[in-house]
Every structure is written in C-alpha cells, then in structure tokens.
Design a protein around this ligand. Structure first.
Ligand code: 2BA
Length: 150
C-alpha cells in the first residue's frame, strides 16, 4: 500500500464505522454459562462482549471456551452450564480502542481479532468495530484511489 493511502487510513476516524453498543449482543459477568451459550447460538455470533453490572467492558466470551469448560473426559457435563458463570471463563485479555482511534489502528487490531471492543474514557462499553466494517471501508478507499489514477 502506498504512503498516500496509509496516510488516508490514519486520518479516517472509526467513529463512523462502529456498531453502537445498543445493537451489539452481549452478556454480563454474573450470567450463567447457559445464558451465554443461548445468546451466542441465537445471535449466530462466535463471540460477544462481556459487561459488568454498570455496563463497563470486562472482556469477551465465545462458544469454544464454553464448550471446552463443560467438556469432561468422556462427555459434556451439561450441569456445568447452570453452575458456572461467565466471570469464571471469559477472556479478559483483549485489545480495546476508542472512537478517537484511526482506521489504521482498527486495521492493525483486526488482523488478529474478528472484532474490537470500543470503550469511552471511563471504560464504559461503546460498541464494536468489526473486520467486515474495516474491510468495506478499505475497499471503498482502494476503488477511489484507483479511479483517481485513471
Ligand atoms: P463471527 O460470529 O465469527 O462472524 C464472522 C462473520 O460472519 C461476521 O464478520 C459476519 O460477516 C458474518 N456473520 C456472522 N454472524 C452473522 C449475523 N448474525 N448476521 C450477519 N452476519 C453474520 P464481522 O461482521 O466482521 O463480525 C466479526 C465478529 O464480530 C463476529 O464474528 C462476532 O463475534 C462479532 N459481532 C459482529 N456483529 C456483532 C453484534 N451485532 N453483536 C455481537 N457481536 C457481533
């Protein structure tokens, strides 16, 4: 990618690309795993954000980690779905961005993650930035730049 395109990516804010918090499926720390699995299966998403009771972001939880937790030596221990809570298994080690970050920051982050959680200054959950939204925006910019050349 040329330096000019790099510069444009650094100038575009992710503010316009985010999925706002009210449209994002999420679960809470104290939910049983059963509820989390239900949200994941019904929404169709592989992973969703986890919030605390005050709607601050804590991490993410996915189907694979839940299924791994309830997998015994020979079969699934289904009763663990109601006895274990989201706070026992979620992944807290996740990158976050804010609305002020650039599209380039977003692009770097979605190389290793299908979506990135956005937070405000106090850590309240603000929405997500998905790989799809980033790729769509970059495609638009590639078209614009190749049109300018011809
Ligand atoms: P995945 O669930 O693994 O989804 C991978 C891709 O499959 C999505 O990429 C999207 O293109 C498509 N997809 C999956 N479920 C879909 C659905 N119910 N409706 C429409 N398309 C669907 P991205 O859109 O880039 O999303 C990346 C990841 O962000 C998703 O990974 C999911 O973990 C999360 N995500 C996206 N939108 C979400 C939302 N509204 N609420 C919670 N999590 C969301």
């Amino acid at each position: 990618m040329s330096l000019i395109q790099d510069k444009q990516l650094a100038e575009i804010s992710i503010n316009d690309l985010l999925i706002p918090s009210e449209k994002v499926a999420h679960v809470q720390l104290n939910n049983p795993l059963e509820h989390a699995l239900l949200v994941l299966v019904k929404s169709g998403y592989s992973a969703v954000p986890v919030l605390d009771a005050s709607y601050k972001l804590v991490g993410i939880i996915g189907k694979t980690v839940i299924l791994n937790q309830i997998l015994g030596l020979e079969n699934f221990e289904i009763e663990k779905l109601s006895s274990m809570k989201v706070k026992e298994v979620l992944n807290r080690d996740i990158p976050t961005l804010t609305r002020e970050n650039s599209l380039l920051d977003g692009l770097n982050a979605v190389i290793d993650h299908p979506f990135i959680c956005l937070v405000d200054k106090e850590g309240y959950f603000d929405g997500i930035l998905t790989r799809r939204a980033i790729l769509k925006e970059i495609k638009k910019n590639i078209y614009v730049n190749s049109y300018k050349k011809h």
